[in-house]
Design a protein around this ligand. Structure first.
Ligand SMILES: [Zn+2]
Length: 376
């Protein structure tokens, strides 16, 4: 009996000792082998490798004070790709749970993208696009170009080149490149899209074929053509008649000096101008064959005086602010020469229908810009 009692005591003591050894002593060891700083960082969820980097970069007090846990830092410290020189950048970069995240942000940092830019890149671009960017030279203004209307990732290099060349702001850069203005005139072979028959774009990039001729051309009332035979598409003629009546009833003169012109006519006209003034000059005021809006049967040249004087007439002043009500737009305005590629033509009106004409008028844009936004 006596022996048994002693044994029980022994077992009890052994158990207590075991509890101390297994449960309490690791904590004692932990407290003996770590500093308070390390312990605070562990508490913030930083891993061991990371706490050392944080302490050696002297960012420990800052992180502890502000209670900042950066998963990007934690991830970076645990990888062989970790770069000490980027420590502060890692801290500012929002973590994204993507494959090779650290490797990629290293590449972007090497390319001199800032942490702020990298955050924006990850917010707006796809993984594939980010890969593409990491393999290119740095694109200046990338993160501001991204937010421009009409931005197209595939044209990044064109933006970059054109912006440098022309010293444009981001908005102009994206718009102009999307309008192809970085490509020299008459060097593309784009075909005018005929699907929307009143919204055909014909300019220095888009051309009609040699044999394109509208099938509903009608004669314009000779009262408005000084007795000459001129033709235009049926619907355009109807809109024009309404507009002409409004003008004459207000004591204005209406004189159509040019309407539909065939490819052959345009060819002859352009060649005459080019022979007289040279190609460079002729290109500023006359379209090359296939590129003339007059071939669409949707354009009218309205002139009560010579071309250069028309701008001073009451007819022009009225047309400028009223033509859209009848479906026409001033096609080559004075402040859009850089977009249309044509000098200001106060006399050239293009039919697009009332709704589109009103939109273009109210938004002070060109047909090219309308086309880019709604049709292209
Ligand atoms: Zn014209």
């Amino acid at each position: 009996m006596k022996k048994k009692k002693l044994n029980f005591k022994k077992v009890f003591i052994t158990l207590v000792l075991m509890i101390i050894v297994f449960f309490v002593s690791p904590k004692i060891v932990y407290y003996l082998t770590t500093t308070e700083t390390q312990r605070s960082l562990y508490q913030l969820s930083y891993q061991k490798a990371c706490t050392e980097e944080i302490i050696s970069n002297k960012r420990d007090q800052y992180l502890i004070e502000k209670q900042i846990y950066s998963p990007t830092i934690n991830e970076a410290c645990n990888q062989k790709e970790y770069k000490d020189k980027f420590f502060d950048n890692y801290l500012e970069i929002t973590y994204v749970n993507n494959e090779n995240f650290i490797l990629k942000i290293n590449k972007l940092l090497e390319l001199n993208y800032s942490a702020k830019e990298i955050n924006q890149i990850y917010q707006t671009l796809s993984d594939e696009q980010i890969d593409e960017i990491t393999n290119k030279d740095k694109i200046d203004n990338l993160t501001t170009l991204i937010f421009q209307k009409f931005f197209n990732f595939n044209n990044l290099e064109r933006y970059s080149n054109y912006q440098k060349e022309e010293k444009l702001n981001d908005q102009e850069t994206v718009l102009y490149v999307e309008l192809d203005l970085d490509i020299p005139f008459y060097t593309t072979d784009y075909k005018s899209n005929l699907k929307d028959e009143y919204l055909i774009l014909t300019n220095k990039y888009y051309a009609l074929s040699k044999d394109y001729e509208p099938n509903d051309l009608v004669k314009i009332n000779t009262a408005y053509t000084n007795g000459k035979t001129r033709t235009i598409r049926k619907k355009v003629n109807e809109a024009f008649e309404k507009m002409a009546k409004a003008m004459t009833s207000q004591g204005m003169m209406v004189n159509v000096v040019s309407a539909y012109r065939s490819y052959a006519t345009q060819n002859q006209l352009y060649n005459n101008y080019a022979n007289r003034d040279g190609i460079k000059k002729a290109d500023t005021y006359s379209a090359r064959p296939g590129h003339s809006e007059h071939q669409t049967g949707l354009a009218l040249d309205l002139n009560s005086l010579s071309n250069s004087a028309f701008v001073y007439t009451k007819e022009y002043k009225w047309l400028k602010d009223n033509a859209h009500k009848y479906g026409f737009i001033l096609r080559y305005p004075s402040d859009k020469v850089h977009i249309t590629g044509y000098m200001f033509e106060s006399w050239h009106y293009r039919y697009v229908g009332i709704e589109v004409a009103t939109y273009i008028y109210e938004n002070k844009i060109t047909f090219e810009e309308y086309y880019l936004e709604f049709i292209k």
